[in-house]
Design a protein around this ligand. Structure first.
Ligand SMILES: Cc1cc2nc3c(=O)[nH]c(=O)nc-3n(C[C@H](O)[C@H](O)[C@H](O)COP(=O)(O)OP(=O)(O)OC[C@H]3O[C@@H](n4cnc5c(N)ncnc54)[C@H](O)[C@@H]3O)c2cc1C
Length: 407
């Protein structure tokens, strides 16, 4: 028999405990302040960079853990610390993953280090795909990329929305349509280097939760980027577009490579939701043990104790789904039942539900900003919305299960 185990190895335990220390000592004490300020928490980012937690090397180490658990373990701890600050700390990785998934080795080597900068000179990156009329429906994207052969440049025009770090970032990764008739298959990703003319920040959103993370529109007005900024290169794009044209002429449906990438990246988002849920559950458990009503701690009522039992059970179930999908991604297992989407769906819904129960267990205190669960509940809400809404996850899972074009 092989040595199969669900136990973290020594390296992973060390990694988890190190990140937990940062989450407990640096993020938690700063959480309420930056939630109120609704700004990127630069001092926390600087501290993360100083100790090596905000760095390309750190994320490379996590991503290349052969068990796949490096990323979810780190995400859970960071978001246990605080989700708004957590998203500020990991927002850059969304764009970095865009380059890792689509770029050549040369492009990865050129752009990913510029996304993080150095502890003395921190940089940020943003991933810009969503648009005002293209959220769940990525194929409706209007941002256009036109190739100017005379100068070997790509010219980008359009408006992106909801971009984490949008406009604030040094490097933007922008998804744009090269051949609109081909829908999502006619799209490509481009790097917009620091200081490129024509890229500007539109409105910054005032949000319900994760308020320490900057979210804004990004306007692209005749943005010219060198040919080498097309991720994957022109030859690759031309070949891909030719295949897509052929398929659309014959009516053949293609397996979308982007969907495979999403399946691999969604568990990381699920792990963030697990972190928020665990944090709220712990507060509720402590509170229920010490709050006395009718002469006994409220946890002695089954109504409360069973609620906590269900909260913990769902959190553990969500983590196991996240770990399974993370392992499948590194092991190269096909996501035949959309297991990546499953993990994000269940963890996102769990975070919303658990944080709501935690508020209830804290009674009036749960409803105030004196206690952290109301912030956790606001933060959790986005986990059924971004990186694919819960409805879209269900659509993806149902299509994978049935092979039918369910709408
Ligand atoms: C805080 C935050 C940060 C974000 N960061 C980024 C980022 O960094 N980069 C980026 O590109 N995007 C980002 N997003 C965008 C996010 O991914 C989108 O908001 C999300 O994909 C949903 O798109 P939408 O808001 O346009 O909703 P819509 O697509 O308009 O959906 C509205 C509702 O209709 C439902 N719906 C839509 N189609 C169907 C269907 N076929 N069947 C059933 N129900 C359906 C949805 O589930 C949802 O409930 C962010 C969003 C937020 C809120």
């Amino acid at each position: 028999m092989g040595d199969s185990t669900l136990e973290l190895n020594d390296d992973q335990v060390q990694l988890r405990d190190w990140v937990h220390g940062f989450a407990a000592d640096v993020m938690r004490p700063a959480a309420a302040e930056w939630d109120e300020r609704e700004e990127t928490p630069w001092p926390v980012l600087r501290e993360a960079a100083r100790i090596g937690l905000y760095s390309m090397d750190f994320y490379a180490q996590c991503y290349f853990d052969p068990t796949g658990l490096g990323v979810p373990v780190v995400m859970e701890e960071l978001f246990w610390g605080d989700a708004g600050i957590g998203l500020s700390v990991v927002g850059t990785t969304l764009a970095a993953v865009g380059v890792l998934a689509n770029g050549t080795e040369e492009q990865i080597g050129e752009w990913v280090p510029q996304m993080f900068g150095t502890p003395d000179d921190i940089k940020l990156a943003a991933f810009c795909s969503s648009e005002p009329d293209a959220g769940s429906d990525v194929s409706a994207m209007r941002t256009r990329a036109r190739y100017d052969g005379a100068t070997d440049e790509w010219v980008l025009n359009g408006t992106k929305t909801w971009a984490t770090n949008g406009g604030l970032a040094d490097v933007h990764v922008v998804v744009a349509s090269v051949e609109p008739e081909l829908g999502a298959r006619g799209q490509a990703s481009f790097v917009v280097p620091p200081g490129t003319r024509g890229l500007s920040q539109g409105q910054k959103f005032k949000k319900h939760g994760i308020r320490a993370s900057h979210t804004a529109e990004v306007v692209l007005d005749d943005v010219r980027v060198p040919g080498r900024c097309l991720l994957g290169g022109k030859e690759n794009l031309d070949a891909r577009l030719a295949r897509a044209r052929e398929r659309s002429a014959t009516g053949e449906r293609s397996r979308n490579a982007a969907m495979a990438t999403f399946e691999a990246s969604r568990p990381a988002v699920g792990a963030q939701a697990v972190g928020i849920a665990r944090a709220a559950y712990e507060v509720a458990l402590d509170y229920a043990r010490t709050r006395v009503q009718f002469g006994r701690p409220i946890i002695e009522n089954q109504g409360i104790a069973f609620q906590l039992a269900d909260m913990r059970t769902r959190i553990d179930a969500a983590r196991l789904l996240v770990w399974r999908a993370s392992w499948m991604a590194v092991a190269g297992k096909p996501f035949t039942a959309a297991e990546g989407s499953m993990s994000k769906l269940y963890a996102g819904e769990t975070a919303r539900w658990v944080t709501a129960q935690a508020m209830q267990i804290l009674g009036g205190n749960g409803f105030t900003r004196e206690y952290p669960v109301e912030r956790m509940h606001r933060d959790a809400a986005v986990y059924t919305i971004f990186e694919g809404t819960s409805e879209i996850q269900r659509l993806v899972i149902a299509r994978a299960l049935s092979g039918m074009p369910i709408r």
